[in-house]
Design a protein around this ligand. Structure first.
Ligand code: NAD
Length: 695
C-alpha cells in the first residue's frame, strides 16, 4: 500500500501524504515522498508541486512505531527528504491543516511556500522526549519566525495555533477553508509571476538583540532544566543559526540529536511516551467494543476520596449524586469541594460562574433513591469488607440494569465485592489516588467476571476525566500498593538496621522521588497502616509484633494531622523537622531487638528501596496482574511521584542491568534473618540470565 497519493491539477502535482493516523514520517512515507517528488520533477507537464496531508494532520512527525527499529534510520532519512524539497527546481508549496509537528513541521520548512489553515497546530515538541529537532528545525524556524519566538517554541515544545504566527515568514497565506485549493492557486501564481523559490536556508536570522537573548536563554533554561540535557542543547543549536554556515549547523544539530537520543533521560521520556499509549491496549478487549453511556454518576462517601472523585466528574460536566450516611458528613464533604473550587477561582483558574456551574451539577443525598437512574456508581466508603458488602448489596437492589458498580478500595478483593451482587460482570475497581482531583493515575481493577464493555467504558471515561488509566488484576493492593508494601518494608528495615527517616527520605528524594517514604507516611497518616497491621494480625490469628511505626502510633503520633509522626511539625507548617523523640523510639526498638546499628550509605538505601519495588513488580508481571512492565512504570510515575527522567522502576532496572539487580537482591536475601521477599523473583532471574530486559 502506497503511503502517498499523486494527482495533477492543471499543471500542479498534488502529493498527498496518506499514512494514518497522523502521517507519521515512517520509512515508507519518506520514500513515497521522494518518489512522488521525482515523478513530478520528471514530468514536463508539471510546473509546480503542492505537498499536503489531510484535515486531521499535515504530519505529526516521526513514526512512533518505528522508534528504536532499523526503519527509523533507513534511507531516505528525513533530512534527505527535506533537502530534496528545498532543492527542487519546481516550486513546492506546503498545504497545512490539523497537526503539523516535529518532523512534520521540519518537512514543511523545506517547502518554498506554505499555506496553512488558521487553526492548524504547530509545534516542535522534541524536547518533551529529551531530544531536539534533528532535521533542520533549529536552523530553519529561527530564520522564518525570529530567534526569540523560535527559541520559545523549541525549548518549551509548546503547541501554537498557526493563526498566532500569521505575520511571520513561516506562512505565506493563512486561510479558513481548504488549504490545498489555496496552495494550488498560489503555486499557479508563483509559476505565472515567476516568483522566486524561497529557501529558508538562504535567509539570515535578523535580531539585533540575538546574542543577548541567547545568553539570557542559557541562564534561565539552565536553571530551570535541572538535570535534563535537552533544553540547553536546544538553546545551543538555535544559537548556531546566528553564526554558523547552514550546512555545518545542520550537521552539528544532527550530531546533538543523536547524542541526546542515547542519554538515559531521553530513553526514559520516550519510554513514558510509548508506555502511556501501550497502557490503553487491553487483552481480550477488541477495538470498537461498544461503550455504555455514562451521563450520571453516583458517588458513595463524601470523605477524602469521595469528594475528590466527585470533582473529576463535575469538571468534565457530568452530574453526580453524592451519598453520605449523615447530613453533617454530607455538608462537610460538599464544603470541601466548594472550598477547593473557590481556591482555584482565587488563583484565576476558574470564574465565579464556573464554580457555581460545577456545584450545580452535584446532588447531595442521604438515601439511595437517587441512585435508581445513575449509569455508574463509585463507592468510596470506609476500607472495611463488611461496610462494602452492605453497600454493594444495596446497590444491587436499587441500581438499574447495566449500571456499572465500582469500588475505590485500596486493597480489598474486587471479586469478593462483585459476589455481593447478582451482576458481578458489572463490577470493577476504579482506584483513584489522593488527592483524587489532582493525581493523574487511575488503576482500573478488572475482576474475574468484569464484562469487556464495562472495562472499555471505564477506559474511555478515564480519558474523559483526564486520567492516565492502567488495568490491574485482582490482588492485595493491586499494582501500586502491593509494590509499595515491599518498598515500605525495605525502608523500615533500613531504619531498624541503622538509618534515620531523614537520611532515607533524603537519599530517595535525591534519586528523584517527589517525597521519601517517611514524609509520605506522615502526610497520609500512620494510623492507616497501623490499623491494617492490626487487622492482618487478627485475621491470621497471631500476636502483633510492633514495629517502630506502631510505637509512633501508640504514642499518638499519626503524622502531619497530629503535629508529629516520623517527624515533628510546627503548627500550621508542613515542613518535616527531624525529631529526637523518634530517634529515641528507634534506638529503643534496636536495643530491644538486639540490633547494633550500622552506617548505611545513600546508594544502599536507593538500591534496597527501588529494587524492592522492582522485585515485586516482576512478580506482579509474572502473575499477569499487570499486562506489561511499562504499565507498572506508568502506575509509579503517575501515582507515586516516581521521577519521569528515570522512566519508572522497571525501566530503571533495565537501565541498571537486570543481572546487577539480581546480584544485589541475592546479597540482601543472604543476610541473616532476611525476609524471604528479597529472593529475586523467578521472572527477574530468567530475564537476567537470557540477557533480556523488562521493556
Ligand atoms: P474517609 O474516611 O475519608 O471517607 C469515607 C466516607 O465514607 C466518610 O465520610 C463516611 O462517612 C462515609 N461512609 C462510610 N460508610 C458509609 C456508608 N455505608 N454509606 C455512605 N457513606 C459512608 O475515607 P477515604 O480516605 O476517602 O477512603 C475511602 C475509600 O477509598 C477506602 O476504601 C480507601 O481504602 C480508598 N482509598 C483511599 C485513599 C486515601 O489516600 N485516603 C486512596 C485510594 C483509595
Amino acid at each position: 500500500m502506497s503511503s502517498t497519493r499523486y494527482e495533477v491539477r492543471a499543471s500542479t502535482a498534488v502529493i498527498t501524504m496518506d499514512h494514518p493516523p497522523v502521517n507519521g514520517l515512517g520509512a515508507a512515507l519518506r520514500s513515497g515522498l521522494v518518489d512522488a517528488l521525482d515523478r513530478a520533477l520528471a514530468d514536463p507537464a508539471v510546473t509546480a508541486i503542492v505537498l499536503a496531508g489531510n484535515a486531521r494532520a499535515f504530519s505529526g512527525g516521526a513514526d512512533v512505531k518505528e522508534f528504536g527499529t532499523p526503519q527509523a534510520a533507513a534511507e531516505p532519512r528525513l533530512p534527505v527528504v527535506i533537502s530534496a524539497l528545498e532543492d527542487s527546481s519546481k516550486p513546492v508549496v506546503a498545504a497545512i491543516a490539523g497537526i503539523c509537528m516535529g518532523g512534520g513541521l521540519e518537512l514543511a520548512l523545506g517547502a518554498h511556500y506554505r499555506v496553512t489553515r488558521a487553526d492548524a497546530q504547530i509545534a516542535l515538541p522534541e524536547v518533551k522526549l529529551g531530544l531536539l529537532p534533528g532535521a533542520g528545525g533549529t536552523q530553519r524556524l529561527p530564520r522564518l519566525i525570529g530567534l526569540e519566538a523560535a527559541l520559545n517554541m523549541i525549548v518549551s515544545g509548546a503547541t501554537v495555533p498557526a493563526s498566532r504566527l500569521k505575520d511571520t515568514a513561516l506562512f505565506d497565506e493563512v486561510v479558513d477553508g481548504d488549504p490545498v485549493d489555496a496552495a494550488v492557486a498560489l503555486a499557479a501564481r508563483v509559476v505565472a509571476d515567476k516568483l522566486p523559490l524561497k529557501r529558508a536556508r538562504d535567509l539570515k536570522v535578523r535580531d539585533p538583540q540575538a546574542e543577548a537573548f541567547v545568553q539570557f536563554a542559557r541562564n534561565t533554561v539552565g536553571a530551570m532544566a535541572k538535570n535534563l540535557p535537552a533544553p540547553l542543547k536546544c538553546v545551543e543549536a538555535v544559537a548556531w543559526s546566528l553564526n554558523k554556515p547552514f550546512d555545518d549547523a545542520l550537521r552539528m544539530e544532527r550530531e546533538s540529536f543523536i547524542a541526546l537520543m542515547h542519554t538515559p533521560e531521553s530513553r526514559a521520556m520516550r519510554h513514558v511516551f510509548a508506555a502511556e499509549r501501550a497502557a490503553g491496549k487491553i487483552a481480550g478487549l477488541p477495538e470498537g467494543t461498544p461503550l455504555r453511556t455514562v451521563a450520571k454518576v453516583g458517588v458513595i462517601g463524601a470523605g477524602t476520596m469521595g469528594g475528590g472523585i466527585t470533582m473529576n466528574f463535575l469538571n468534565a460536566g457530568i452530574s453526580v449524586v453524592l451519598l453520605e450516611m449523615k447530613q453533617e458528613a454530607l455538608d462537610k464533604g460538599l464544603g470541601t469541594i466548594r472550598r477547593n473550587y473557590e481556591n482555584s477561582a482565587k488563583k484565576g483558574k476558574l470564574t465565579a460562574q464556573q464554580v457555581e456551574d460545577r456545584m450545580a451539577l452535584v446532588t447531595p443525598t442521604l438515601t439511595y433513591d437517587a441512585f435508581k437512574d445513575v449509569d455508574l456508581v463509585i463507592e468510596a466508603v470506609f476500607e472495611n469488607m463488611d461496610v462494602k458488602e452492605q453497600v454493594f448489596r444495596t446497590l444491587d437492589e436499587v441500581c438499574k440494569p447495566g449500571a456499572i458498580l465500582a469500588s475505590n478500595t485500596s486493597y480489598l478483593n474486587i471479586d469478593r465485592i462483585a459476589a455481593f451482587t447478582k451482576r458481578p460482570s458489572d463490577v470493577l475497581g476504579l482506584h483513584f489516588f489522593s488527592p483524587a482531583n489532582v493525581m493523574k493515575l487511575l488503576e482500573i481493577v478488572r475482576g474475574a467476571q468484569t464484562a469487556p464493555d464495562v472495562l472499555a467504558t471505564s477506559m474511555a471515561l478515564a480519558k474523559k476525566i483526564k486520567k492516565v488509566a492502567v488495568v490491574s488484576g485482582v490482588c492485595d493492593g493491586f499494582i501500586g500498593n502491593r509494590m509499595l508494601a515491599r518498598y515500605g518494608a525495605a525502608a523500615s528495615g533500613l531504619i531498624n538496621a541503622g538509618a534515620l527517616p531523614q537520611q532515607i527520605d533524603g537519599a530517595l528524594q535525591q534519586f528523584g522521588l517527589a517525597m521519601g517514604p517517611f514524609r509520605m507516611g506522615d502526610l497520609a497518616g500512620l494510623d492507616i497502616g497501623w490499623a491494617t497491621r492490626k487487622r492482618k494480625a487478627a485475621e491470621a490469628g497471631v500476636e502483633m509484633k510492633p514495629v517502630v511505626a506502631d510505637k509512633l502510633c501508640e504514642a499518638g503520633r499519626f503524622g502531619q494531622k497530629t503535629g508529629a509522626g516520623w517527624y515533628r511539625y510546627e503548627a500550621g507548617h508542613r515542613e518535616p523537622i527531624p525529631d529526637a523523640v523518634t530517634e529515641a523510639l528507634i534506638a529503643d526498638y534496636r536495643a530491644a531487638n538486639g540490633i547494633t546499628p550500622r552506617k548505611i550509605g545513600d546508594a544502599e538505601i536507593v538500591e534496597r528501596c527501588i529494587y524492592a519495588l522492582v522485585n515485586e513488580g516482576a512478580r506482579i508481571l509474572a502473575e499477569g496482574i499487570a499486562a506489561r512492565a511499562s504499565d507498572i512504570d506508568i502506575v509509579y510515575l503517575n501515582g507515586y511521584g516516581f521521577p519521569a527522567v528515570r522512566g519508572g522502576p522497571m525501566l530503571y532496572a533495565d537501565m541498571v542491568g537486570l543481572p546487577n539487580v539480581v546480584r544485589a537482591l541475592r546479597r540482601f536475601a543472604a543476610e541473616p534473618g532476611a525476609d524471604a521477599s528479597w529472593q529475586p523473583a523467578p521472572l527477574l532471574v530468567e530475564l537476567a540470565q537470557a540477557g533480556k530486559s523488562f521493556n
